[in-house]
Design a protein around this ligand. Structure first.
Ligand code: GRG
Length: 302
């Protein structure tokens, strides 16, 4: 693999306008989510809005927007697909926080859904968010081919060969000794596939070629691996207030940090980031916004 030089170093990244653009994209997606979610006229709908709105960095939304910029995809539809992705992401967080899963009391600086509304409601919140995401995709104002492609690919990403497979592997790993490859595969399914889908979806909406879609999906997956590694690092060394959830909870679990140690973890994570950036080279300067997004997110530039 030919190594790429990072275009921006962490110091330069501090001056980037990434955070402003992220905020703008987040505002658009928040509006789309607000309009899509049912009004809080029942406890279930109140809990759905609680779990989705007013929190989260909306980075997956930014990825689809940034990749759609390469192909000039229509912004209105991009934000709708971004909303669908955020619904799926929120569902996975609500279910992951449940006592039978990761058992987390806090999420996005507030009590997790089951802490605020009870366990059975939290299960139903997740159950209701999934079909709502597909409803958005199937109502897009675009060709039926694009609608079907987006829905089909999302169903693959969410199902038992995607997010759910990653979660299942995660549940089974306690007490076992995974190899680096096995842990990478598991985390890829939990994180990478949705990043991959986000970047691929921007290309699908922009009517990119199959090959371009594949390149972006692969870059998203590679980036997801680097993101998850840094997440493990932050879980040990990060600041709970900034991250929005308790740190140092994964003491029983095998993590990239426990497997690699801090130095090697950082090195491996940078290699995945480099590889993701390398994938974007065919798009030249059209992918600059996306390139910057990957680097800023990796270095957690605010
Ligand atoms: C099928 C229940 C179920 C879960 C699937 C995605 C997943 C597996 C679990 C979610 C929990 C988790 C720790 C996932 C790893 C990815 C990750 C770091 C999620 C947090 O993403 P951020 O930082 O969150 O983008 P915000 O709050 O900003 O949206």
């Amino acid at each position: 693999m030919q190594m790429v030089q990072l275009k921006l170093n962490p110091q330069t990244l501090k001056n980037s306008s990434f955070s402003q653009r992220l905020q703008t994209v987040a505002e658009h997606v928040e509006r789309a989510l607000d309009q899509t979610l049912p009004l809080p006229t029942s406890r279930l709908h109140e809990a759905m809005r609680y779990s989705v709105l007013g929190g989260g960095k909306r980075f997956r939304s930014y990825l689809i927007w940034a990749s759609s910029q390469i192909f000039n995809a229509p912004a209105q539809e991009v934000f709708k697909v971004a909303a669908a992705i955020e619904l799926i992401h929120s569902y996975s967080l609500v279910h992951d926080d449940l006592p039978c899963m990761d058992d987390a009391d806090m999420r996005r600086n507030k009590p997790s859904c089951h802490k605020a509304f009870g366990e059975s409601t939290a299960v139903l919140v997740g159950d209701a968010l999934i079909p709502l995401a597909f409803q958005i995709l199937l109502s897009l104002e675009t060709s039926s081919e694009i609608r079907v492609e987006l829905a089909k690919k999302l169903s693959e990403v969410v199902g038992s060969f995607g997010l759910v497979a990653g979660q299942m592997m995660d549940l089974g790993q306690e007490g076992s000794r995974l190899t680096l490859e096995e842990l990478t595969e598991q985390q890829c399914l939990k994180t990478g596939v949705l990043f991959g889908y986000s970047m691929e979806a921007g290309a699908i909406l922009g009517k990119a070629s199959q090959q371009e879609q594949k390149i972006l999906q692969a870059a998203g997956i590679l980036f997801g691996k680097s993101f998850q590694m840094i997440d493990d690092w932050l879980d040990e060394y990060g600041d709970e207030d900034k991250i929005g959830k308790p740190c140092r909870q994964d003491t029983e679990k095998l993590t990239f940090l426990s497997l690699l140690g801090p130095r090697r973890l950082y090195k491996e994570a940078e290699l995945f980031l480099d590889e993701a950036l390398q994938n974007l080279s065919p798009f030249q300067e059209k992918a600059d916004i996306l390139r910057e997004a990957l680097q800023c997110s990796f270095y957690r530039v605010k």
